[in-house]
Design a protein around this ligand. Structure first.
Ligand SMILES: C[S@@+](CC[C@H](N)C(=O)[O-])C[C@H]1O[C@@H](n2cnc3c(N)ncnc32)[C@H](O)[C@@H]1O
Ligand code: SF4
Length: 347
């Protein structure tokens, strides 16, 4: 089983691209994060798309399947490797989900999905069981807390879906369960970890939400969150990995400094409105709209003048609390000529 899936060191294997980026070449993207629909069958209290004013976001938007296919073809032709179906909204309620997944498969693209798990059953579960990874946002360890954070009673249904999917998925498909931690669910962090381990998932991811309150929402409860995350880590074993993103508190507190951004050259985002954005942080913001695939081909957007004009300055102008800072700092290190690496010969 592949274990350390969130490891930033994967970037070392993209050194050539990183060097090309630093030499101002346009490189092919590796992964494409696609919001096929902004419609959703949940109402999570922290959902980014409900709590921030995003001028180009509408819950009604979804992509035309023929446009998705054209984009996938272009993406593959320029050297793209994998697609992450995400949202926006909930990918599994997109009416053409099976069709676009099958099309991506026919192109030989790797696939992954972030889902709330409500529809991870039947044909959908069958269609995604050979994905590289599937991550289910369960966010709670009881029906009571589930309802508090998602506004509905689907806890046992999602749990059942996770357990069944763990049974039917291919062994190479990495199944994760995630919890966004807030004031309503933090007391359940370690219980959640134990529970999802018992459901047969391969990893769990404990993370913090980006909200307008930033780190302030954690002032009173941070010590207990850390205790619970530390306890959760003790449950890891050969078949189960625990990822804790407690360092995101520094990002939320704006203690991390923005660096030159390499990440967006490798992992762009496509909104359900058809617009290509440099990365997931900039989705639905008009100032980062690179062009719309309903009007222009993905290739033209990727290699076009508009993108060229500001890709080099995106990192410098990035005002958001960027989760990718660690990746960008590492990328900076990787592209340095070996002679610039301090004390290289003192390994
Ligand atoms: C927007 S959701 C879309 C996919 C699917 N509907 C789901 O909930 O898994 C993608 C991921 O973003 C996470 N997310 C949503 N709002 C967030 C926020 N304010 N801060 C951090 N992560 C957030 C979700 O928990 C999920 O893991
Ligand atoms: S399920 Fe996903 S898209 Fe839907 S409200 Fe929750 S976080 Fe947002």
């Amino acid at each position: 089983m592949i274990k350390d899936v969130y490891n930033n060191n994967k970037l070392f294997h993209h050194r050539e691209k990183l060097v090309d980026i630093s030499n101002k070449k346009i490189v092919s993207p590796v992964n494409f994060q696609i919001d096929i629909t902004n419609k959703c069958n949940n109402k999570c209290s922290w959902c980014f798309y409900d709590i921030y004013p995003l001028p180009e976001f509408s819950r009604k938007d979804y992509l035309n399947p023929n446009v998705v296919k054209d984009v996938l073809k272009d993406f593959k032709e320029v050297g793209g490797q994998s697609v992450e179906w995400t949202g926006g909204g909930e990918p599994t309620i997109y009416p053409y989900f099976l069709e676009v997944v099958e099309f991506a498969r026919s192109l030989g693209l790797g696939q992954a999905m972030v889902t709330n798990g409500k529809m991870l059953q039947g044909d959908i579960a069958e269609a995604v069981k050979d994905f590289d990874w599937v991550r289910v946002s369960l966010n709670s360890a009881s029906a009571h807390t589930y309802k508090k954070v998602h506004g509905n009673d689907s806890y046992s249904r999602v749990v059942e879906n996770i357990e069944n999917f763990a049974d039917i998925k291919n062994s190479e498909c990495v199944l994760g369960a995630s919890m966004i931690v807030n004031g309503d669910n933090y007391k359940e962090i370690s219980k959640f970890t134990l529970l999802v381990q018992s459901f047969g998932v391969d990893n769990c991811r404990l993370s913090l939400p980006q909200t307008p309150e930033n780190e302030k929402m954690f002032y009173e409860i941070w010590d207990e969150i850390l205790d619970q995350m530390n306890e959760s880590k003790t449950y890891a074993d050969n078949d189960f990995t625990v990822f804790t993103n407690e360092d995101r508190i520094d990002t939320l507190s704006h203690k991390t400094k923005s660096t030159r951004c390499y990440y967006h050259h490798l992992t762009p985002s496509l909104g359900a409105n058809g617009v290509v954005y440099p990365c997931c942080h900039f989705k639905y913001l008009p100032e980062f709209n690179l062009g719309n695939v309903n009007k222009v081909s993905f290739k033209d957007i990727w290699f076009g003048g508009k993108r060229k004009d500001f890709i080099d300055t995106i990192g410098e102008n990035c005002k958001v609390s960027c989760w990718m800072n660690g990746k960008n700092t590492l990328a900076d290190y990787i592209i340095k000529n070996p002679k610039d690496v301090p004390h290289l010969n003192y390994p």
